[in-house]
Design a binder for this molecule. Structure first.
Ligand code: ATR
Length: 274
């Protein structure tokens, strides 16, 4: 039987993951099928069991099930533990179900692509303190940023995150409306504001001259945050489409042991989203 993979979420109809993984499989000659499964809330564990019993070898998890997947798996990678969420699951030969999180690594890889070099020494600002922000913290610190400030509208959530990750590096929390004009040269928007065409209320003077502004959200036209970044004079600007492809490549490698080339798939998607 051809190995089955899937993305599980709700809603799922517009997911680009089947396109991405199908291109990866063609490119690497791997024999697999990848589908999108719309999971009704409340039925996630049953859907996972059924998929595993019917040829499923692994699956990706998207909103709103990443925390539920974290709780359901029988083993977790260290980076999944740190993120508190699972986006990549593999059914193991011994009957176990392992959970990984490739989102943060996908973010870092894509940032390196956008910048054309590593993140070492960057003064980084992370906007937001929800699940997306949480998953980005350890990978950014691990990539060598010099410092990381977490700014959130609700300051207490930023404080909680900063305290949680303090042992991993220089992490600081501030309220969004108390951000110092500090010359951030890497700003990652992990808020959900872009989904409502809104921008976190920050002033243009927080940016360094050669700043990179990255929105974890992607859209067919520049997001509100990226429009703000351009007006504020950021040198590098990118949305999260590249992160989506990079996290998928990392998942594919975990499942199949071979790393696909992301560049042609990102280019094809970019054509499609325009
Ligand atoms: P996710 O899991 O996608 O990160 P979440 O947990 O709902 O979603 O978190 C959304 C994040 O976006 C939060 O940091 C939220 O700020 P609050 O904690 O103050 O609610 C942030 N956010 C959403 N809309 C925003 C806006 N218009 N301006 C600033 N921050 C916003």
């Amino acid at each position: 039987m051809t190995d089955r993979y899937a993305v599980m979420g709700h809603p799922i109809a517009h997911s680009k993951s089947p396109f991405i993984h199908t291109r990866f499989a063609e490119q690497t000659g791997e024999d697999l099928v990848y589908e999108a499964i719309d999971v009704e809330p409340g039925t996630f564990p049953a859907t996972v069991r059924e998929f595993g019993a019917n040829g499923g070898r692994g699956f990706n998890v998207t909103l709103p099930f990443k925390e539920e997947a974290f709780a359901l798996v029988t083993e977790r990678t260290p980076r999944a533990e740190l993120a508190g969420a699972v986006n990549t699951v593999r059914f193991e030969p011994d009957g176990g179900i392992s959970g990984d999180n490739t989102d943060g690594s996908g973010l870092v890889r894509d940032l390196e692509r956008v910048l054309g070099r590593g993140l070492g020494g960057r003064r980084a600002l992370l906007l937001g303190a929800g699940g997306a922000a949480r998953g980005a913290i350890a990978p950014l610190l691990d990539a060598g940023v010099a410092s990381l400030v977490i700014a959130n509208r609700t300051e207490a959530r930023a404080r909680n995150l900063a305290a949680h990750f303090a042992r991993l590096g220089a992490v600081e929390a501030v309220a969004l409306d108390a951000l110092p004009a500090r010359g951030f040269d890497l700003v990652v928007n992990a808020t959900s504001a872009s989904l409502r065409d809104a921008v976190p209320a920050v002033s243009a003077d927080i940016l360094a001259a050669d700043a990179c502004c990255y929105d974890m959200v992607y859209a067919s036209t520049p997001t509100a945050f990226l429009r703000w970044a351009e007006a504020a004079g950021a040198r590098h600007i990118a949305d999260g489409l590249g992160m989506l492809v990079e996290q998928a490549a990392e998942a594919f490698e975990r499942w199949r042991g071979v790393r696909p080339d992301t560049a042609p798939v990102l280019a094809a998607l970019r054509e499609g989203v325009r």
